[in-house]
Design a protein around this ligand. Structure first.
Ligand code: CAA
Length: 292
């Protein structure tokens, strides 16, 4: 059974997962005035998220980019919880940004189907798993879709809303409108395809950049410089891969390749080797580049 949920029914948001994406998505919602809970099984992960968001808010205020009252209101609108049962019971809209492992996501969505109010929309931030893979587990597939944010989520304007075969028009309309109210510019993807729009475009650039570097045609520094100075990209493909995380890039390639089987989607050996060495990009201090 499906419930038609309009934007007027949405006042509380639950974000599952306090990682890089989840914490910034939650702050985005809190800044837009939504009572927002971040749920994670790790109390340490929640504490790290809280510390980062409080630090971010303080630096925005210090820079004069955010009113102190708005920062305080947003921080006050955020709740942190390790208890999914309790957090889901009050949620009008859920954005799952937990691990990309299907069996864990399926278990979460199965729980949400039972615990969340009947009108709640259940979205996943996944960039690799179409929501059709978890929709049936919820018992309310029409209220399930992807709502995919970009890193850093407090900055990037795009949100990809992806419908699966059974997503209702009301769910799409409400999710698109919620993204707008979060200050984002949503785009609609009418049918699931690995990589959606952005990761397909990014993948094409990364493949070509890796080819040029692997062939010794140019250094990674010069390839990145060209992307910035010739094409106006804010950062070059290697710097971007380091920012996203080479483990994430490798995982996306593995997941996409498993689905398409296409040679051009195969994971890159140089990236796999860096990941095996623990060089995951900025977060580990080294990737294609070294970081202080
Ligand atoms: N968290 C929060 N805010 C951040 C941030 C972060 N990690 N990094 C930068 N910012 C903010 C800064 O505070 C600054 O804000 P103000 O201008 O309002 O003061 C603003 O972003 C610009 O930052 P900087 O001046 O330090 O540096 P910049 O101009 O080079 O911008 C950038 C940094 C926004 C990351 C920019 O380089 C950029 O847009 N890069 C491309 C990012 C991108 O392509 N993201 C998509 C990744 S793919 C993905 O996410 C999908 C997936 O499935 C993997």
């Amino acid at each position: 059974m499906s419930v038609e949920t309009g934007i007027e029914n949405i006042s509380t948001i639950l974000v599952i997962g306090a990682g890089t994406m989840g914490r910034q998505i939650a702050m985005t919602a809190a800044l837009a005035g939504y009572a927002t809970t971040i749920q994670d099984i790790s109390a340490d992960g929640l504490a790290a998220a809280r510390a980062e968001l409080e630090g971010w808010a303080a630096s925005r205020v210090a820079k004069g980019k955010l009113e102190k009252a708005a920062a305080t209101a947003a921080l006050d609108a955020l709740a942190y919880s390790t208890d999914l049962d309790e957090a889901a019971a009050n949620a009008d809209f859920v954005i799952e940004a937990a691990t990309e492992r299907l069996e864990i996501k399926t278990a979460i969505f199965e729980k949400l189907g039972v615990l969340a109010p009947a009108h709640a929309i259940l979205a996943t931030n996944s960039s690799t798993l179409g929501s059709s893979k978890v929709a049936a587990a919820t018992g309310r597939p029409a209220q399930v879709c992807n709502m995919h944010f970009f890193n850093p989520a407090l900055v990037m304007k795009c949100v990809e809303v992806v419908r699966h075969g059974e997503t209702s028009d009301a769910t799409v309309a409400t999710t698109m409108e919620l993204a707008r109210r979060l200050g984002k510019e949503p785009v609609l993807i009418n049918r699931e395809i690995p990589g959606f729009i952005a990761n397909r475009l990014m993948g094409a650039i990364q493949r070509e950049a890796l080819f040029l570097a692997d062939e010794g045609i140019a250094s990674i520094e010069d390839i990145d410089t060209t992307a910035r100075t010739a094409l106006g990209h804010p950062m070059g493909p290697f710097a971007l891969m380091d920012m996203v995380g080479l483990d994430v890039i490798d995982f996306i390639a593995q997941a996409t390749h498993a689905e398409t089987g296409a040679a051009e989607d195969a994971p890159n050996e140089r990236i796999a080797a860096l990941v095996a060495e623990g060089k995951l990009g900025r977060k580990s201090g080294a990737g294609f580049y070294h970081y202080a």
